[in-house]
Design a protein around this ligand. Structure first.
Ligand code: G6P
Length: 368
């Protein structure tokens, strides 16, 4: 009931603010500093199975699909295991070639999404090992998978997923660490990843301090009809997720794109009334994203940049800047999710929308 809301006006805002703690819970007892790896109680994989995995497929819907995209980058970079992600609704009706050493993950907050459940059942029918990355304990997908990892994010009530996304990304990073350490990753590399992960809850506490700034920026852009979200590499799925949040709760049309791809179409949308949200914290592709940002500015489009604290180069180009703490690139989707969630929330409030129960959407889609 409403009592659980405490001082928060909406579940979505409460759940945004719960993320530091949700991450702590998702990581508790799973990081093994001694062996520089991660452990999970319920994977049910033998040491031999673990070593034989030579490909991973993530299947999911909605926000969980975006986490799967982050997982694709994580598994390939940290574990060097080829990974791909597919919408469960597509996967279930395909007959893709999959060999015995491919591991199939269903990523789902609720554990009840009909398409994801069907994809899992289809995978099992074909004899593949299936694992769930799931929040709701005892849900259908958690029960039917061969094993899996719970998010321990606590109940998520707001229809727009927030803490499930960031904990999914953290669990995927821990899984990539675990797989990586069973192959090429050195102990020193493992230790570094563990330290990065352990720092994350406090990093998110600091990130949440951007709220006032985000609120002021929301007031400037709440009457936009279209918004572009742009990022590259790990922040391409971050851009998709930011756009999805805005669409879901404010009903403003938004599109997420890999920043360099916009010149092949979406840049035609850019005008003075069409803001672009750039995900541009410092990292390997920083200069590339900056030049994409300049292309938008040159066409008169307003730019909101999510950037590293104190980044003057970004501030000189962007109209508005939301500062975030620096973290390694593979954790940037988690950190940058926070301002994007807050931006969608504040804009939706200004548009008079019911943020916790947006029209036409359900928390869990249990029909096809
Ligand atoms: C619905 C929700 C989304 C969610 C998606 C997948 O569309 O509104 O927020 O991301 O289902 O849900 P799942 O529980 O499988 O993660």
């Amino acid at each position: 009931g409403d009592a659980e809301l405490g001082d928060f006006p909406h579940y979505m805002l409460k759940e945004i603010y719960e993320q530091p703690e949700a991450l702590e819970n998702a990581m508790r007892g799973r990081l093994d500093v001694g062996d520089a790896t991660a452990h999970f109680g319920g994977l049910n994989l033998s040491a031999q199975q673990l070593r034989q995995i030579d490909r991973v497929i993530f299947t999911a819907c909605g926000t969980s699909y975006h986490a799967g995209m982050v997982g694709e980058y994580l598994f390939e970079e940290l574990a060097r295991v080829p990974a791909e992600v597919e919408y469960a609704s597509e996967f279930r009706y395909r007959n893709p070639p999959i060999d015995r050493n491919t591991l199939i993950f269903a990523i789902t907050q609720s554990g009840e999404t009909a398409d994801t459940l069907a994809a899992l059942r289809e995978s099992k029918r074909m004899g593949h090992t299936t694992l769930a990355i799931c929040n709701v304990v005892g849900s259908s997908i958690a029960r039917e998978a061969d094993g899996g990892v719970y998010l321990h994010a606590g109940p998520e009530v707001g229809v727009a997923s927030t803490k499930a996304f960031t904990t999914q990304c953290a669990v995927l990073a821990m899984l990539a660490l675990y797989l990586g350490r069973s192959r090429h990753l050195s102990a020193a590399q493992g230790e570094k990843i563990i330290a990065d992960l352990q720092a994350l809850p406090d990093v998110l506490r600091e990130t949440l301090r951007c709220h006032d700034r985000v609120k002021a920026i929301a007031a400037k852009y709440a009457d936009a009809r279209n918004v572009l979200y742009l990022g590259r590499q790990y922040l391409y799925p971050g851009a998709l997720e930011g756009a999805l949040k805005l669409k879901e709760i404010s009903y403003i049309h938004a599109e997420g794109y890999p920043a360099a791809e916009m010149k092949h179409g979406p840049i035609a949308l850019v005008d003075e009334q069409t803001p672009s949200v750039f995900l541009v914290p410092r990292g390997a592709v920083f200069d590339k994203v900056m030049s994409n940002m300049q292309e938008i500015k040159a066409r008169g489009g307003p730019v909101i940049a999510v950037a590293s604290h104190g980044d003057r180069e970004v501030a000189a180009v962007a109209d508005d800047v939301i500062p975030v703490p620096d973290v390694p690139e593979y954790l940037q989707p988690i950190v940058t999710a926070i301002p994007l969630q807050l931006l969608a929330y504040e804009i939706a409030l200004l548009c008079g929308c019911d943020v916790d129960k947006p029209r036409n959407l359900a928390k869990s889609v249990t029909v096809e």
